[in-house]
Design a protein around this ligand. Structure first.
Ligand SMILES: [Ca+2]
Ligand SMILES: [Ca+2]
Ligand SMILES: [Ca+2]
Length: 215
């Protein structure tokens, strides 16, 4: 519940407009991977997707590790909220919640805590996540439909670790010719926001908006 509320807040820009956001990692991969990526990471180029990290299938995943920035001590009544934003490319015949061929999950964890776990479909509407920014249409690779989801935003608590390790991974996908994915435009940021007591009211408001959007 908190996850979806947080996501909608990011989409609607409510706290982003009110509180300055400091970006401490940003990469569109047009100049390559850069540092911090695990050995499975690779950059692929495609006309309709630009350069991105991918493609992956099956239960494969990719890891990014970034040093946790030193952040200012928040004033009383505030706390530091960390955010991960990225674009997700769902490529070819993802089955979403289909009982026979699914479920096909795409997930994200930060420092081993799952912060995103949603099903995606390209052949029908049966998925847990909201509709794509682009698609489903055939954008490339196999003839099956593909989808682009821009600016997926999740909030997370990095805990006391000195690094922030982000893992993106699929669960239950078939081979790369059938179902694959990539990520692009990855950003990590933080913002000083009202303390959880004040923030939870905003999150509930965001959740209510999401429910209206989905119906
Ligand atoms: Ca790119
Ligand atoms: Ca499948
Ligand atoms: Ca395709």
């Amino acid at each position: 519940m908190r996850l979806r509320g947080a996501y909608v807040l990011g989409v609607l820009g409510l706290p982003l407009a009110a509180h300055a956001e400091t970006i401490f990692y940003s990469n569109n991969f047009e100049s390559g991977l850069g540092t911090g990526w695990g050995t499975a990471a690779q950059v692929t180029q495609h006309t309709n997707f630009s350069k991105f990290v991918g493609r992956y299938s099956g239960n494969q995943g990719v890891l990014l590790t970034v040093a946790k920035p030193s952040v200012p001590t928040p004033p009383a009544g505030s706390w530091v909220e960390y955010r991960l934003t990225f674009d997700f490319y769902a490529i070819d015949s993802w089955d979403g919640d289909d009982p026979t061929y699914g479920p096909d999950y795409f997930c994200v964890s930060v420092n081993s805590n799952t912060v995103f776990a949603q099903t995606f479909a390209n052949q029908h509407q049966y998925q847990s996540f909201m509709p794509p920014t682009v698609g489903g249409i055939d954008l490339g690779y196999g003839a099956a439909f593909d989808s682009i989801y821009r600016d997926i935003t999740v909030t997370f608590n990095p805990g006391t670790a000195s690094n922030i390790s982000v893992s993106w991974y699929g669960i239950g996908l078939q081979g790369i010719a059938d179902e694959s994915w990539g990520i692009d435009n990855v950003r990590l940021s933080y913002a000083v926001v009202p303390s959880p007591a004040a923030g939870s009211a905003l999150a509930l408001a965001g959740l209510a908006m999401l429910r209206r959007r989905r119906h």
